[in-house]
Design a protein around this ligand. Structure first.
Ligand code: F6R
Length: 243
Protein backbone atom coordinates (compact mmCIF):
# COMPACT_ATOMS: atom_id res chain seq x y z
CA UNK A 1 0.00 0.00 0.00
CA UNK A 2 1.27 3.47 -0.91
CA UNK A 3 0.07 6.53 0.96
CA UNK A 4 1.09 10.12 0.37
CA UNK A 5 1.08 12.73 3.14
CA UNK A 6 1.52 16.34 2.07
CA UNK A 7 2.36 19.33 4.24
CA UNK A 8 2.65 23.04 3.51
CA UNK A 9 6.37 23.29 4.14
CA UNK A 10 9.58 21.50 5.05
CA UNK A 11 9.21 22.25 8.76
CA UNK A 12 5.77 20.64 8.95
CA UNK A 13 6.72 17.60 6.92
CA UNK A 14 9.82 17.16 9.08
CA UNK A 15 7.76 17.41 12.29
CA UNK A 16 5.29 14.82 11.03
CA UNK A 17 8.05 12.49 9.82
CA UNK A 18 9.77 12.80 13.20
CA UNK A 19 6.43 11.99 14.91
CA UNK A 20 6.03 8.81 12.88
CA UNK A 21 9.58 7.68 13.64
CA UNK A 22 9.28 8.55 17.35
CA UNK A 23 5.93 6.74 17.65
CA UNK A 24 7.39 3.70 15.90
CA UNK A 25 10.32 3.60 18.35
CA UNK A 26 7.87 4.00 21.25
CA UNK A 27 5.83 1.04 20.00
CA UNK A 28 8.92 -1.09 19.33
CA UNK A 29 11.97 0.00 21.34
CA UNK A 30 14.17 -2.57 19.62
CA UNK A 31 13.40 -1.11 16.21
CA UNK A 32 15.93 -1.38 13.37
CA UNK A 33 15.93 2.03 11.71
CA UNK A 34 17.79 2.66 8.45
CA UNK A 35 18.11 6.31 7.41
CA UNK A 36 19.49 8.53 4.70
CA UNK A 37 21.43 11.66 5.50
CA UNK A 38 21.23 14.85 3.42
CA UNK A 39 19.30 18.09 3.45
CA UNK A 40 15.82 16.58 3.32
CA UNK A 41 16.03 14.56 6.59
CA UNK A 42 18.25 17.04 8.48
CA UNK A 43 15.36 18.79 10.27
CA UNK A 44 13.55 15.47 10.82
CA UNK A 45 16.61 14.22 12.69
CA UNK A 46 16.74 17.30 14.91
CA UNK A 47 13.04 17.08 15.74
CA UNK A 48 13.26 13.33 16.30
CA UNK A 49 16.01 13.83 18.88
CA UNK A 50 13.91 16.54 20.60
CA UNK A 51 10.88 14.27 20.75
CA UNK A 52 12.84 11.28 22.04
CA UNK A 53 14.46 13.34 24.78
CA UNK A 54 11.37 15.40 25.72
CA UNK A 55 9.08 12.37 25.84
CA UNK A 56 11.68 10.14 27.50
CA UNK A 57 11.33 7.53 24.76
CA UNK A 58 13.50 4.49 25.43
CA UNK A 59 16.10 4.40 22.67
CA UNK A 60 18.60 2.18 24.46
CA UNK A 61 17.66 -0.82 22.30
CA UNK A 62 17.29 1.04 19.01
CA UNK A 63 19.52 -0.20 16.17
CA UNK A 64 20.52 2.33 13.55
CA UNK A 65 21.85 1.65 10.05
CA UNK A 66 23.31 4.42 7.89
CA UNK A 67 21.99 4.08 4.35
CA UNK A 68 25.15 5.06 2.52
CA UNK A 69 28.49 6.88 2.46
CA UNK A 70 30.86 8.59 0.03
CA UNK A 71 33.77 6.19 -0.56
CA UNK A 72 37.10 7.62 0.59
CA UNK A 73 35.74 10.41 2.78
CA UNK A 74 36.87 10.51 6.41
CA UNK A 75 34.15 10.68 9.04
CA UNK A 76 35.39 14.08 10.26
CA UNK A 77 34.56 15.63 6.88
CA UNK A 78 31.41 17.69 7.44
CA UNK A 79 29.92 16.41 4.20
CA UNK A 80 30.17 12.74 5.15
CA UNK A 81 27.13 10.77 6.19
CA UNK A 82 28.99 9.64 9.32
CA UNK A 83 29.55 13.24 10.40
CA UNK A 84 25.86 13.98 9.78
CA UNK A 85 24.60 11.11 11.95
CA UNK A 86 27.17 11.56 14.69
CA UNK A 87 26.20 15.20 15.10
CA UNK A 88 22.47 14.95 14.50
CA UNK A 89 21.59 11.64 16.16
CA UNK A 90 24.26 9.57 17.93
CA UNK A 91 25.89 12.25 20.03
CA UNK A 92 22.71 14.11 21.10
CA UNK A 93 21.07 10.79 22.01
CA UNK A 94 24.29 9.50 23.60
CA UNK A 95 23.86 6.27 21.69
CA UNK A 96 26.22 3.43 22.39
CA UNK A 97 28.46 2.68 19.36
CA UNK A 98 27.19 -0.91 19.44
CA UNK A 99 23.77 0.47 18.45
CA UNK A 100 24.80 2.01 15.16
CA UNK A 101 26.15 0.55 11.97
CA UNK A 102 27.74 2.72 9.32
CA UNK A 103 29.82 1.77 6.32
CA UNK A 104 33.53 2.43 6.85
CA UNK A 105 34.19 4.36 3.67
CA UNK A 106 37.93 4.45 4.36
CA UNK A 107 38.27 0.68 4.58
CA UNK A 108 40.69 -0.88 2.13
CA UNK A 109 38.42 -3.92 2.13
CA UNK A 110 35.07 -2.58 0.97
CA UNK A 111 33.95 -6.08 0.05
CA UNK A 112 34.04 -7.02 3.74
CA UNK A 113 32.13 -3.83 4.62
CA UNK A 114 29.43 -4.83 2.15
CA UNK A 115 29.10 -8.41 3.35
CA UNK A 116 29.04 -7.31 7.02
CA UNK A 117 26.15 -4.95 6.31
CA UNK A 118 24.31 -7.51 4.18
CA UNK A 119 24.57 -10.06 6.97
CA UNK A 120 23.40 -7.60 9.59
CA UNK A 121 20.38 -6.63 7.51
CA UNK A 122 19.53 -10.20 6.56
CA UNK A 123 19.74 -11.21 10.23
CA UNK A 124 17.88 -8.30 11.86
CA UNK A 125 15.69 -7.03 9.01
CA UNK A 126 14.96 -3.34 8.59
CA UNK A 127 11.78 -2.30 10.40
CA UNK A 128 11.68 1.31 9.24
CA UNK A 129 13.64 2.83 6.38
CA UNK A 130 13.63 6.57 5.75
CA UNK A 131 15.07 7.67 2.40
CA UNK A 132 15.35 10.74 0.22
CA UNK A 133 15.38 11.04 -3.55
CA UNK A 134 18.18 12.41 -5.69
CA UNK A 135 17.86 14.60 -8.76
CA UNK A 136 18.55 11.55 -10.94
CA UNK A 137 16.00 9.43 -9.06
CA UNK A 138 18.58 7.65 -6.92
CA UNK A 139 17.81 6.31 -3.47
CA UNK A 140 20.88 6.04 -1.29
CA UNK A 141 23.58 5.55 -3.87
CA UNK A 142 21.45 3.22 -5.94
CA UNK A 143 22.15 5.05 -9.16
CA UNK A 144 20.10 4.76 -12.37
CA UNK A 145 20.38 1.24 -13.75
CA UNK A 146 20.81 -0.48 -10.36
CA UNK A 147 18.84 -3.75 -10.31
CA UNK A 148 15.85 -3.71 -7.98
CA UNK A 149 17.22 -6.84 -6.28
CA UNK A 150 20.63 -5.38 -5.42
CA UNK A 151 22.14 -5.93 -1.99
CA UNK A 152 24.78 -3.65 -0.46
CA UNK A 153 27.22 -2.51 -3.11
CA UNK A 154 29.74 0.08 -4.21
CA UNK A 155 28.48 2.31 -7.01
CA UNK A 156 30.20 4.53 -9.53
CA UNK A 157 28.37 7.79 -9.04
CA UNK A 158 26.83 9.51 -12.01
CA UNK A 159 27.51 13.11 -12.98
CA UNK A 160 24.30 14.45 -11.41
CA UNK A 161 25.14 12.87 -8.05
CA UNK A 162 28.72 14.14 -7.99
CA UNK A 163 27.77 17.68 -9.00
CA UNK A 164 24.64 18.02 -6.82
CA UNK A 165 26.63 16.40 -3.97
CA UNK A 166 28.95 19.41 -3.83
CA UNK A 167 26.23 21.17 -1.80
CA UNK A 168 27.30 19.21 1.30
CA UNK A 169 30.92 20.40 1.19
CA UNK A 170 32.63 23.69 1.98
CA UNK A 171 35.26 23.07 -0.71
CA UNK A 172 35.01 21.40 -4.09
CA UNK A 173 35.38 17.70 -3.28
CA UNK A 174 36.21 14.79 -5.57
CA UNK A 175 33.36 12.32 -5.35
CA UNK A 176 33.42 9.25 -7.51
CA UNK A 177 32.04 6.24 -5.66
CA UNK A 178 29.42 5.57 -3.04
CA UNK A 179 28.78 2.58 -0.78
CA UNK A 180 25.13 1.88 -0.17
CA UNK A 181 22.42 -0.39 1.12
CA UNK A 182 20.78 -1.86 -1.99
CA UNK A 183 17.26 -1.76 -3.35
CA UNK A 184 16.65 -5.43 -2.51
CA UNK A 185 16.97 -4.56 1.18
CA UNK A 186 14.70 -1.55 0.67
CA UNK A 187 12.02 -3.80 -0.81
CA UNK A 188 12.21 -5.99 2.30
CA UNK A 189 11.97 -3.11 4.79
CA UNK A 190 8.74 -3.49 6.77
CA UNK A 191 7.86 0.17 6.36
CA UNK A 192 9.46 2.52 3.86
CA UNK A 193 9.18 6.31 4.09
CA UNK A 194 10.35 8.47 1.20
CA UNK A 195 10.66 12.18 1.93
CA UNK A 196 11.09 15.04 -0.53
CA UNK A 197 10.69 18.78 -0.40
CA UNK A 198 10.99 21.84 -2.58
CA UNK A 199 9.99 22.74 -6.13
CA UNK A 200 13.20 21.37 -7.61
CA UNK A 201 12.14 17.87 -6.48
CA UNK A 202 8.67 18.10 -8.09
CA UNK A 203 9.81 16.46 -11.34
CA UNK A 204 11.54 13.52 -9.68
CA UNK A 205 8.66 12.97 -7.27
CA UNK A 206 6.25 12.87 -10.20
CA UNK A 207 8.46 10.40 -12.07
CA UNK A 208 8.88 8.21 -8.97
CA UNK A 209 5.16 8.02 -8.25
CA UNK A 210 3.60 8.23 -11.70
CA UNK A 211 6.30 7.20 -14.16
CA UNK A 212 7.12 3.70 -15.38
CA UNK A 213 8.56 1.37 -12.75
CA UNK A 214 12.04 0.80 -14.10
CA UNK A 215 15.63 0.56 -12.78
CA UNK A 216 16.58 3.48 -15.03
CA UNK A 217 14.74 5.58 -12.42
CA UNK A 218 15.45 3.79 -9.12
CA UNK A 219 12.92 5.69 -6.99
CA UNK A 220 10.10 4.31 -9.14
CA UNK A 221 10.61 1.14 -7.07
CA UNK A 222 8.42 2.71 -4.36
CA UNK A 223 5.39 1.87 -6.51
CA UNK A 224 6.19 -1.82 -5.90
CA UNK A 225 6.73 -1.61 -2.13
CA UNK A 226 4.02 -3.18 0.03
CA UNK A 227 4.06 -0.58 2.79
CA UNK A 228 5.34 2.81 1.73
CA UNK A 229 4.56 6.31 2.92
CA UNK A 230 5.57 9.26 0.76
CA UNK A 231 5.93 12.47 2.75
CA UNK A 232 6.37 15.73 0.84
CA UNK A 233 5.73 19.40 1.08
CA UNK A 234 3.24 20.98 -1.32
CA UNK A 235 5.98 22.17 -3.68
CA UNK A 236 7.49 18.73 -4.21
CA UNK A 237 3.98 17.37 -4.88
CA UNK A 238 3.05 20.17 -7.25
CA UNK A 239 3.38 18.18 -10.49
CA UNK A 240 1.47 15.10 -9.35
CA UNK A 241 -1.62 14.36 -11.39
CA UNK A 242 -0.60 16.85 -14.07
CA UNK A 243 0.94 14.66 -16.76
C1 F6R B 1 22.03 10.48 1.40
C2 F6R B 1 21.30 9.72 0.38
C3 F6R B 1 20.91 10.38 -0.89
C4 F6R B 1 19.95 11.54 -0.63
C5 F6R B 1 19.49 12.21 -1.92
C6 F6R B 1 18.72 13.49 -1.63
O1 F6R B 1 22.35 9.65 2.49
O2 F6R B 1 21.04 8.56 0.56
O3 F6R B 1 20.32 9.43 -1.75
O4 F6R B 1 18.83 11.06 0.06
O5 F6R B 1 20.58 12.53 -2.74
O6 F6R B 1 19.54 14.39 -0.96
P1 F6R B 1 18.98 15.72 -0.29
O7 F6R B 1 18.07 15.26 0.82
O8 F6R B 1 20.18 16.45 0.24
O9 F6R B 1 18.25 16.44 -1.36
Amino acid sequence: MLSHLQFPDHEMMSANTADIIADTIKADPSLVLCMASGHTPARTCELLVEKILNQGIDHSRLSFIGLDEWVGLPGNNEGSCRYFFEHKIFSPLQMDPSQYHLFDALSNDLETELRKMDQLILKKGIDLMVVGIGMNGHIGFNEPGTPFTSLCHVADLDEITTSVGQKYFKEVTTLSRGITVGLGHLMNARHLILIANGARKAGVVQRALEGPVDPSFPASIVQRHENVTIITDFEAASLLGKS
